[in-house]
Design a protein around this ligand. Sequence first.
Ligand SMILES: O=C(O)c1ccccc1NCC(=O)[C@H](O)[C@H](O)COP(=O)(O)O
Length: 214
Amino acid sequence: MPRITAKICGLSTPETLDAAVAGGASHIGLVFFPKSPRHVQFGQAAALAQRVPAHVLKAGVFVDPDDALLDAAIAAGGLDVIQLHGKEAPERAAAVKARSGKEVWKALHVRTSLDLAGAGSYRGAADRLLYDAKTPEGADLPGGMGLRFDWRLLQGFSHPLAWALSGGLDAANVGEAVGITGAALVDVSSGVESAPGIKDVDKIAAFLKATAQL
Ligand SMILES: O=C(O)c1ccccc1NCC(=O)[C@H](O)[C@H](O)COP(=O)(O)O
């Protein structure tokens, strides 16, 4: 079991999904958000999910989803994890967890230390926080933009629940990011792509090799 585990997010083709599994990803992420270049239809999700072995967890990424979308995506993708990447309040995260019975991750959008103030409110509501870089006001996407936040903000921070680090990671910087933050689970999307939404099997392999060596 590697010290650092990794989620490869925003997969949408069999080849790149297979590369993530072969490279040792602990989680794969499927995005259910039509504005995203990584958005997958339910049929695509079902076909991709068939390729994922049981030891790799399947995360569905959502932005302020309603229950109907969650139900359909969970059924199609056989999801293990629901990642809420919008403005979902703790009460909504808790309701999603109770209703779905799935592990729930809540993205916390970080730019300054003030953005960490809300972390504790998700204790008992979500299972894990995903610290991700806050995207610009008015941006189409609340994640998946290859943006970093100052990783030093997490130094000495008392994490209220399990957590993962995300935002602008790649094979070249993940070692520094883990060294600064102490992350044990990292998440990447843009950093393993050749263009928005186009995952690159070599970049996936390089990222997973880099995390496995930490
Ligand atoms: O990836 C997307 O397109 C996306 C769209 C809308 C909400 C969340 C999205 N991604 C969530 C993730 O978990 C990404 O891996 C995370 O934001 C990091 O992305 P990146 O900075 O591109 O590595």
